[in-house]
Design a protein around this ligand. Structure first.
Ligand SMILES: Cc1ncc(C[n+]2csc(CCOP(=O)(O)OP(=O)(O)O)c2C)c(N)n1
Ligand SMILES: [Mg+2]
Length: 974
């Protein structure tokens, strides 16, 4: 694993000098030239410059002049006496006039702080070379003969004169022992200095009381014993053993122990498979009996409904005692197989819980902790996306503690094939996070780092990473043979003593524990496990395997009253269009707001943006808080929302929805970073723990939701069945064919519909502002908690056809099915459709004065309101031909979902009219799009409709038909 070292972009030696001269300096703006001495190799350059300055100060640039003046001055000062400092016993007196060797000492300090981790003893197996020629004495032009010379030690551990030998020993102990730290890339000087001082004060050596050390040993033994117990009692059953990485349990325990004194009340944890069972039992206090029951072959998950999940994905929540007497609430989020997908979900959950604890400013009461695998942390892009949320107004959680169980392998893949970086923690460097690498065989060192991590998090509200370098004692899982692929590594591991033995030896040598006491601890733990096993056997003998009923929820189709009185709507319209008098806004925005006021007053028809604002405003004033997040959601991608308006002179922001009344609920609208997976995951997590809030995530274009497909598949659509967790999350996905090309047309309605079953969610494609108004209100107000997927408009946002009278808001409720507005009975042909194509069909119907064809809209496709649909159809001719018309290609849109359901429901064939099946969602040509669109509309009215005499009667085009070439539309004539 020898790799070239990463760039050391941190503080240069010159700044170390500046630091010493002026310790209160909080930021630096080095001259461009200063950057050139960021590496010891550039010493020669510094010397040259220094010589030039000595000969003629005017020959160097002013920044350098100031630097050398200060430097000389600093070197002439006698260093302050250090309390407890070792007085040099040999060597010559400090030669502060001998600037050049002293400058090289500063280089050395810098180099060890920046690169000392490359020499640290991090790998328990000792397989990673611990060498770096850049840190050899000769690099700094010293020899062994200089070791007893005395120098100014700069800022090292309080400064003062030290021999080179002492300086080296100090640096090695601090930066090259069992803790290797990367922190010199951090651009914030206050943070860097805090970390430096904190580490150099203790020389990065743990100092735990005897009782604490014993506790840590007990935790390590508990972790190991549980794995061994499971190993012998459930041979070959998957548990993703933690062995080799037991230090994790000691680290988590130390973290929780430190919570009460740090003001932490709750820890929200996310983790993958490795060691999860161990964390559940030994940290969250899940009973062993329960765990062992889950191992039984007859075990059926305890969900009331749904399908459940395997034991190493399950979540848990508990209040655990600490030795301070205070309890800490712990939760472990359920986790799907998809590695790291849980990260943003946990962040969202943590933020929601901070809100519940009224901790939205400092965010110090609830701490998110993410436990990662080494392979996944560097490999999965969502890690970087989630890290990027950490400082953003709408997504920050006050700092996440990341712990990596770095067993130096991912399934069968070794680090050389896993990453292009030296460390798996490299993503943390992009954000300038402190990164601590710790030898996993030294639980005391790791525990000391986690204490520092919590202290850091509470002080700076930033993320921090602890990388526990360990190994994996067995295969990837318990059915896996590691010797197939890593024979040499595993012969090394086989002979490596367990961490419990190493720590026990340390405590025995220090006289902190006896062999008998250690044996007693082991016996006690095994007795508890054995008793739990017996209990679990009794429970299991009573289990009757049974298949759970489906999640089915007939109440999903019940009407929810969502109308709002006209007076209230008008009042809201006034509030929403009123801007503070001293606020100067863009004229066009002023017009939008004025129009909204007129719309709400019933003076003109309502558009989409106004209906949405009124839906939000009515909910806020009746006590429902709302969170809306997405790319450019404040304005709205299509400039239709304008939830925030800006002062022309100052860009001060004013959000009318936050200013409706003093008693209203909170409205949060955020422009998200350009991420789908992490932001959707975050909002989903938030919605889980804030069920009283309406949380909406908006895609820029619906197409881009596919970047978050994992969150959709593994959480939103299936979490209720797997884990019994429900979410009211609402997805707004702009969808519709406007000739904008393949990527801006489709939100992939078909994918959502394919995931629909057991009433797991609602999929809707509303066509009117009023129906959208009722849909949003219903989603927030009804007791049933289900995710809602909404295909939202783009072109229709400004289309006069897609408007609603205010009376449609003040009366009625959400309509799952909309009948034809003009042809309410007796039609001999019925076109069923959903969404935007309705308006094209209606135009044609009107233009051609067609009276025998009714167009019925499915505004909610899943769950389908079959009763309403059949009722509406019953007012038309029983012989009426029914067809489904869509603008999406045949293999997309709602057709494939409905084709499986409509014929049996309606007891007659349903004909398809729409674009042919296609690999790409839409044509790239506007003219072809228009041709296709016109053709499919004509075709929908072709079969016997009158008058339309010119249109030939057509049936569905077989999908096997050849594609025509451009510019012929893809919808072909037969
Ligand atoms: C996104 C994703 N890809 C692949 C897998 C299959 N898989 C499960 S565990 C694992 C190895 C993970 O390695 P690492 O992150 O180092 O964790 P470890 O198992 O070593 O603790 C893989 C590839 C998965 N679960 N999720
Ligand atoms: Mg690993």
């Amino acid at each position: 694993m020898a790799r070239s070292s990463e760039s050391n972009s941190g503080q240069d030696p010159a700044l170390d000098v500046l630091d010493r001269l002026n310790p209160n300096r909080t930021s630096a703006s080095p001259s461009p030239a200063l950057g050139r001495i960021g590496h010891p190799g550039n010493t020669a350059f510094l010397e040259e410059l220094h010589e030039a300055w000595k000969t003629d100060p005017a020959s160097v640039d002013p920044t350098w002049r100031a630097f050398f003046e200060g430097f000389e001055l600093g070197c002439q000062l006698r260093p302050p006496a250090r309390s407890g400092a070792t007085t040099p016993t040999s060597g010559s007196a400090p030669e502060f006039g001998n600037v050049l060797p002293q400058a090289r000492i500063y280089n050395l300090l810098f180099a060890y702080r920046a690169l000392g981790h490359t020499l640290a003893h991090l790998d328990p197996l000792g397989l990673t070379p611990e060498e770096n020629s850049d840190l050899s004495l000769s690099t700094f032009r010293f020899t062994d003969a200089d070791l007893d010379s005395i120098f100014d030690s700069g800022t090292l551990g309080g400064g003062g004169p030290r021999t080179l030998r002492e300086i080296l020993s100090f640096l090695k102990q601090t930066y090259c022992d069992h803790i290797g730290v990367e922190f010199m890339h951090i651009m914030n000087f206050a943070i860097r200095r805090w970390l430096r001082d904190r580490m150099e004060r203790s020389r990065n050596q743990p100092s735990f009381s005897p009782a604490q050390q014993r506790r840590i040993l007990e935790k390590i033994i508990a972790a190991e014993s549980l794995e061994r117990f499971l190993h012998t009692r459930y041979v070959g059953q998957k548990r993703f053993s933690l062995e080799g990485g037991e230090t994790l349990i000691a680290v988590l325990d130390t973290l929780i122990e430190a919570c009460p004194s740090s003001g932490v009340e709750e820890v929200v944890i996310g983790m993958a498979h490795r060691g999860r069972l161990n964390v559940l039992v030994n940290i969250l206090g899940k009973s062993r009996r329960k765990l062992f029951t889950e191992f039984h072959e007859n075990y059926v998950p305890e969900t009331v409904l749904g399908d459940g999940d395997v034991k190493y994905h399950l979540g848990y929540e508990n209040e655990v005692p600490t030795s301070s007497g205070k309890k800490i609430r712990l939760s472990l989020a359920p986790n799907p197989s998809h590695l790291e997908a849980v990260d943003p979900v946990v962040e969202g959950k943590a933020r929601a819980r901070q809100r519940h604890r009224d901790d939205t400013v400092k965010r110090e009461k609830v701490v998110p902790v993410l436990i990662h695998g080494d392979g996944a942390f560097i490999g999965q892009g969502i890690v970087a996306e989630t890290l990027n949320l950490s400082r953003l107004e709408g997504y920050r959680t006050g700092g996440t503690i990341h712990i990596i169980v770095n067993n130096q392998i991912a399934f069968t893949t070794l680090p050389n094939d896993s990453r292009s970086t030296r460390y798996c923690t490299a993503p943390g460097k992009t954000l300038g996070l402190p990164i601590f690498h710790v030898n996993g065989d030294d639980p005391l060192a790791a525990a000391s780092v986690i204490q520092l991590a919590l202290e850091f998090r509470q002080k700076f509200h930033e993320d921090i990473i602890l990388d526990i370098v360990c190994y994996r004692r067995h295969g990837h899982n318990e059915g896996d043979e590691p010797n197939f692929t890593q024979p040499t590594l595993y012969s090394e591991i086989d002979s490596h003593p367990p961490v419990s033995r190493l720590l026990a030896r340390h405590l025995l040598d220090a006289g902190l524990i006896t062999e008998e006491e250690i044996q007693k601890i082991r016996n006690q733990i095994n007795t508890v496990s054995e008793e739990a096993l017996q209990e679990s056997r009794q429970v299991v003998s009573k289990i009757q395997p049974r298949i759970h009923p489906p999640l089915s929820c007939p109440a999903l189709l019940q009407e929810v009253p969502t109308a709002v009185p006209a007076k209230k709507i008008a009042e809201l319209g006034v509030s929403l269009s009123t801007i503070p008098a001293d606020f100067q806004i863009n004229n066009k925005i002023r017009k939008v707001l004025d129009t909204r006021r007129a719309m709400a007053a019933g003076q003109t028809l309502l558009d989409w943006g106004c209906a949405e604002h009124l839906a939000f405003a009515s909910l806020l004033t009746s006590g429902t808080p709302i969170r809306l997040s997405g790319q450019d959601s404040r304005r709205g991608t299509f400039s239709h929302r304008h939830a925030a308006v800006y002062d022309l002179r100052t860009r001060a922001r004013y959000i009318p929805l936050k200013n409706i009344s003093k008693t209203q609920a909170s409205f949060c609208v955020y422009n998200s970073p350009l991420s789908e997976a992490a932001v959707l995951g975050f909002d989903y997590g938030y919605s889980l723990d804030c069920p009283e809030m309406l949380v909406l995530w908006e895609a820029q274009f619906g197409d881009f939701a596919n970047g978050a497909q994992t969150q959709i598949d593994q959480y939103i659509t299936s979490s209720e069945s797997k884990w019994g967790t429900t979410s009211r999350l609402t997805l707004l996905l702009p969808h519709g064919y406007h000739g904008q090309g393949p990527e801006h047309s489709s939100a992939r309605l078909e994918r959502f519909l394919q995931l629909c079953a057991e009433d797991n969610m609602v999929v809707s494609y509303p066509t009117t502002p009023a129906n959208y108004f009722h849909l949003i209100r219903r989603q927030a107000l009804r007791k049933i908690i289900k995710p809602l997927i909404v295909m939202t408009p783009k072109g229709l946002l400004r289309d006069a056809r897609a408007t609603s009278p205010v009376t449609d808001l003040t009366h009625g409720s959400f309509q799952e099915i909309l009948p034809d507005p003009s042809i309410t009975q007796g039609a001999r042909h019925v076109i069923l459709c959903s969404g935007k194509v309705f308006y094209d069909l209606q135009d044609y119907q009107k233009k051609n004065q067609i009276t025998d064809t009714a167009i019925i809209r499915l505004e909610q496709i899943y769950p389908l309101h079959t009763k309403k649909l059949t009722e509406i159809l019953s007012s038309h001719s029983p012989e009426a031909e029914i067809l489904w018309c869509q603008e999406e290609s045949e293999n997309m849109g709602a057709w494939s979902h409905l084709a499986l359901r409509l014929p049996s429901l309606l007891k007659k064939p349903v004909r398809y009219v729409g674009r042919d099946a296609s690999s790409s969602p839409a044509t790239g040509s506007l003219v072809i799009h228009t041709l296709e669109q016109n053709q499919l509309v004509q075709e929908a009215f072709a079969s016997g409709s009158t008058p339309s005499p010119s249109t030939p009667k057509k049936t569905r085009t077989p999908t096997s038909a050849k594609k025509t070439k451009s510019p012929t539309p893809r919808k072909k004539k037969k």
